[in-house]
Design a protein. Sequence first.
Length: 202
Amino acid sequence: MKFLFTFLGIFILNVTHSQNILAEYDIFYNTDHPMRRGSVLYYDYNSQTSIFKENYKNLPWDIKEKEHEADFIATIAKNLDDEFVLFDFKKRECFLIEDFVKSTYKVEEIFPVFDWQITSDEKHIGNLNCKKAIGNYRSRKFEVWFAAEIPIQVGPWKFNGLPGLVVEAYSLEMRYHYVLRNIKYNEDVIIVLPEIDKLVSI
């Protein structure tokens, strides 16, 4: 199976064969203005590439939506409805696609390393047997639960490097919380990536 990229004004990613995973996550931002967002992770076994797509649209978060529905949040106008994190594990490359001040950037990042420590803790999340790992990234500590029975080294956002799919992840202060909602196998998907205005490296 391959991720096929072409440029025809837009990037198109087409999963054309059978070995792939589509995982849907909820993201809870427990910030001054709590919000929940939907996101999707696509992973291709053969090419060892993935795309994580977070939708900017906020979703209801139980009663907290009503508590904060009158709040006003000032944001810079965005062209995109989504933000993307792209991984190529064979090449050890990571890219972000995001927009700022009406321009869309493809940002090449230093490959994220979390320095994971896998613990002896285990629990079931749904029908998955998960193990706990603790890692650090950019001065923030995260705890994650991963399922070794799904042997891919990726998860939502930039989480990577564990011997199984990340099922749940959160910062220790619970400011950011990622939860697997659904997973499908062998799905044929087409992902349309936005046209890039600028390519930068950090």
